[in-house]
Write a protein that binds this ligand. Structure first.
Ligand SMILES: NC(=O)c1ccc[n+]([C@@H]2O[C@H](COP(=O)([O-])OP(=O)(O)OC[C@H]3O[C@@H](n4cnc5c(N)ncnc54)[C@H](O)[C@@H]3O)[C@@H](O)[C@H]2O)c1
Length: 389
């Protein structure tokens, strides 16, 4: 493995009752709070009322930014930053999923500069300061609560960018499976696929001597595969929600990938795809990942695919070539996702071959070094997209 430094100071409060610590955690940093949330699911499941009650009780003044879009827009980030500046907000609280958390990561840096935040998101300049923020996570999948990264779209330019800053690290994350029982079936599937795709992105790396990291990844994948169908048959089951939520958080907390960088090429393709078509991230990953695997599999890297097939998908290797075993593993992954109801082809989102060259162009334009396990050219990206139709 490569030498590494691990530093993740986000305080994680996980599970039943942890929400009760919210006001205490906020009060360590401020008492004028911007509450950021999405389309209103937190009002329907009672979380909003509970949080407002806690803020009032702790004499914390709050302002609100509601309506953060799935695939959050830079225009919404600007709105949030304006509220922070005008109301002298000293802490931002994200309540929701990856979209709300990502939007908050951008708001906190935008609130501390007069520069347009897109310059930071598009990596023309770096953030130099940021307000502190925390999150209450209401949907499992992205793991955005423990990660530095944020993904923001400029819808007018059809541009979606992943960016990082040391100021986008949360002070705390409260992961609340209790409030995840209201997540609808389709979004639950998207989240499960997203968490698995993060683990798979780590798994496909070029480092040598990473047996512990490999087995961490394999055990998370095996557990998700075992629990996901149970959860999908019983959406209100707390224990299944808890397991998937923990898998999702750990998948992007940098604990599975110490000592190497994973591939991430498929994520880059999906960012360009959803910049053009505004589809859910988990849905895009479900379509793209098996096709990326089939495209990059070759005799030089087959052993990693074979290891995945045997250790995670329990493929019987008797009498089969390495390539056959690897392909059976890929097919089994795709079958699991399809059987859970994940989309399997781009046409499931009414996407045709018309926009594929543009998506390939955007992928490489925003990420010239696309993929680490296998570096992809624009032609490679186009071929993967075509096979995903
Ligand atoms: N920052 C990162 O590290 C990272 C990683 C992966 C993906 N992302 C980004 O995150 C975004 C997707 O986030 P997401 O998958 O968490 O979904 P999301 O935040 O977009 O939410 C999806 C939907 O679920 C609803 N929802 C959320 N919680 C709910 C609940 N408890 N009950 C009922 N409905 C609920 C929301 O209102 C929304 O309509 C994408 O923009 C993606 O690019 C970020």
């Amino acid at each position: 493995m490569n030498p590494f430094m691990y530093y993740n100071p986000t305080k994680l409060l996980f599970g039943k009752g942890q929400l009760d610590n919210l006001a205490r955690e906020i009060s360590r940093f401020g008492n004028r709070v911007l509450l950021v949330y999405g389309g209103g699911s937190i009002k329907r499941n009672g979380l909003y009322d509970k949080i407002i009650h806690m803020l009032k009780h702790a004499n914390i003044e709050w302002f609100e930014l509601a309506g953060v879009e799935p695939n959050p827009r830079v225009t919404t980030v600007r709105k949030g930053a304006e509220i922070c500046k005008k109301e002298k907000v000293d802490f931002v609280l994200a309540v929701g999923g990856g979209s709300v958390i990502d939007c908050t990561k951008a708001i906190v840096v935008a609130a501390k500069t007069d520069e347009d935040v897109w310059n930071i998101i598009s990596r023309q300049t770096r953030a130099t300061d940021g307000l502190p923020y925390g999150s209450v996570v209401t949907i499992a999948g992205t793991g955005a609560e423990m990660s530095l990264s944020s993904v923001i779209s400029d819808w007018e330019k059809q541009d979606k960018r992943a960016w990082v800053s040391s100021f986008s690290r949360a002070k705390f994350a409260i992961v609340a499976p209790t409030y995840m029982t209201s997540v609808p079936y389709k979004q639950t599937v998207n989240g499960i696929v997203d968490a698995m795709s993060h683990v798979l992105e780590h798994y496909f790396n070029l480092a040598t001597n990473v047996p512990i990291q490999d087995q961490f990844c394999e055990s998370v994948l095996r557990t998700i595969i075992e629990v996901a169908p149970k959860l999908l048959n019983d959406l209100e089951n707390y224990e299944y929600r808890e397991t998937i939520a923990y898998a999702s958080t750990i998948a992007l907390s940098d604990q599975l990938n110490m000592g190497f960088i994973g591939d991430w090429g498929t994520h880059h393709i999906d960012h360009a795809l959803s910049a053009v078509h505004d589809i859910p991230h988990g849905g895009g990953m479900a379509i793209l990942f098996p096709h990326w695997m089939r495209y990059v599999l070759d005799v030089e890297n087959v052993l990693k695919f074979k290891q995945l097939a045997i250790n995670v998908f329990q493929i019987d290797s008797n009498g089969k070539t390495d390539i056959e075993i690897a392909n059976e593993g890929i097919d089994t992954l795709a079958q699991h996702w399809a059987s859970w109801g994940a989309p399997i082809k781009l046409r499931d989102y009414q996407i045709t071959d018309k926009t594929l060259p543009l998506i390939a162009e955007k992928t490489i334009e925003t990420q010239p070094k696309c993929g680490n396990f296998k570096r992809l050219t624009k032609e490679d990206v186009l071929a993967i997209l075509k096979s995903s139709l």
